[in-house]
Design a protein around this ligand. Sequence first.
Ligand code: SF4
Length: 326
Amino acid sequence: MKKAATHPLRTALPTRIGVSRCLLGEEVRYDGGHKRDRFLTDVLGRYVEWVPICPEVEAGLGAPREAMRLIGTPQHPRLVTIKSGTDHTRALETMATNRIEELKHLDLAGYVFKKGSPSCGTERVRVYYKEGVVSRNGIGLFARAFIEQFPLIPVEEEGRLCDSTLRENFIERVFCYRRWQDLIHNGVTRQALIQFHTIHKYILLAHHPQHYKVLGRLVGEAHQHRPKDLVRRYGELFMKALAVKATVRKHVNVLQHILGHFKNRLSAHEKAELLGVIGDYHQELTPLIVPLTLIKHYVQIFDVGYIRDQVYLNPHPKELMLRNHV
Ligand code: SF4
């Protein structure tokens, strides 16, 4: 009897993503306004469950409130209001400690932060350290606490999600991390880890072929490690590999690998056509979705189980159209 394929996107837990509350259109900004992001609310929001957080409002500072900025050094800045000079660092830090305790039970698979904010920005936040002197190396107080506590959870700023490559990379990592959490929740057996590693082969190769090999060795030597260490090491390297951008060259390499599984079953004409489509993608004349669609067609026709179950073919909901850009 043929074994039913497990769809790579099917997960037991909801895909929960933390988000700076103002990005969902809530009027929580210092000026009483919001920064609604249409991609998040109207597109991505259909496939994930948001966990909205406004650190400054949750710290009891109200909305509207006096504008704030970071002052001091980028490593240890303080959150201070611009006009009156009131220091809210303690309130923000207390809020962050309490909220992060709650978040530990919510199994977030990602976080979208508001760029530039002294509480939420993840990079290049302005820090004023002398009269008139500004550094752009700061991180918002809440964002820093979150990243330190959850180093494996994919985080991104809404501004960077306008870049189609960064957007795809972030969302791909979110769904990969969700599957990793599912595995952990179900109990990581050696067999389950082998299966997890197997279905992520091509997605890992598209990001970091060397890390894929190291992960393979780790799985092969699983019995030599304590289960806890194995899970920690695999999870860290898995997410580190996926954080490296997939490139056209690496995708072409993966497509050719996949083709190798059924090329002997193609006619000369079909093979030439598929190679031509991959070549067009290589020259950046067509998006990745074009060769992939043709490959998926043959995988279905020839019923190539090993390829059919690969996450690489369906890493995120197709309706997000993340692979339709050149
Ligand atoms: S950037 Fe962060 S702190 Fe500022 S309004 Fe948005 S959610 Fe609140």
